[in-house]
Ligand binder design. Structure first.
Ligand code: SAM
Length: 255
């Protein structure tokens, strides 16, 4: 059974994910939710990548993060981050025009509580944006799911799908919601390259962080085996990903 991700232990390598990809679709989605100089809260902001990005765009951005290690990385880049949890936002009512959770909601212990808290701190007409995968749709392909035992099953249980997020929002009092693909990630990586950087990959891929060492090593050995089989055929193994990140956007009532 995969364990909860200890973000303190992966904090120093986490930003490697932003060297591998720059997530233009998330950037466009955030911009689309905001007009000029608005107040934004990112819940589960990690190392502050998006908080810093929103600040650079001229918005009054704040981040909330429970992990001391991740928050330390955010402070180091000058991102205004406070420690806390999604289930009890330490902010006054009607403080923000946008509350977002980017690749984070599947970690929250009580999603219903978070959605109520988001509505409380949003100004009338403000928006909640949740970005995340929806593995229950069965549309994604990922070598991580193919080679590392239990990762797909674990993702299917922990990621709230867009319909679930939408229902939580309307039950909490949001007036409407919509969901769409924000980011379509396609990766083709030679297995040799992946194996050379496997330790780094583990630090920013929560599906792999959650595995015990034995299961992780068994997955790596499976890739090596497939690579040897490909080499015996005079071929080389290419690892592939075809993943979608969805944006679910819910609107708070005007009064
Ligand atoms: C995959 S990281 C995403 C970080 C950042 N949003 C990004 O996209 O780079 C998930 C983050 O959610 C945080 N998290 C976990 N449980 C949380 C909770 N209950 N409330 C707020 N954040 C939480 C973790 O500490 C971690 O930093």
């Amino acid at each position: 059974m995969p364990k909860p991700v200890d973000y303190d232990s992966v904090a120093s390598g986490y930003d490697r994910r932003y060297v591998e990809h720059d997530y233009p679709g998330i950037d466009t989605t955030l911009r689309g939710c905001l007009s000029s100089r608005q107040s934004v809260l990112e819940v589960g902001c990690g190392t502050g990548h998006w908080v810093q990005r929103l600040s650079a765009l001229g918005h009054a951005a704040r981040g909330l993060e429970p992990s001391a290690g991740m928050a330390r990385q955010a402070y180091a880049r000058g991102a205004p981050v406070v420690r806390g949890r999604a289930e009890a936002l330490p902010f006054a009512a009607e403080s923000f025009q946008l509350v977002c959770a980017i690749n984070a909601m599947h970690h929250f212990a009580d999603r219903e509580r978070f959605v109520h808290e988001a509505l409380r701190v949003l100004r009338p007409g403000g928006q909640l944006l949740v970005v995340g995968m929806d593995p229950s749709r069965g549309e994604d392909a990922w070598f991580v799911y193919d080679y590392f035992d239990g990762t797909l099953e674990h993702d299917r249980t922990r990621y709230p799908g867009t319909a679930t997020i939408g229902e939580l929002c309307t039950s909490a009092g949001f007036v409407e919601y919509n969901a769409r693909v924000a980011e379509h990630i396609r990766i083709e990586k030679p297995a040799t390259e992946y194996l050379a950087s496997g330790a780094h990959m583990r630090s920013f891929t929560s599906q792999l962080v959650a595995l015990d060492d034995r299961t992780f090593e068994a997955g790596i050995e499976r890739i090596r085996h497939a690579e040897r089989q490909a080499a015996a055929r005079g071929d080389s193994l290419v690892l592939q990903a075809d993943l979608r990140l969805f944006a679910t956007i819910a609107t708070a009532p005007l009064t």
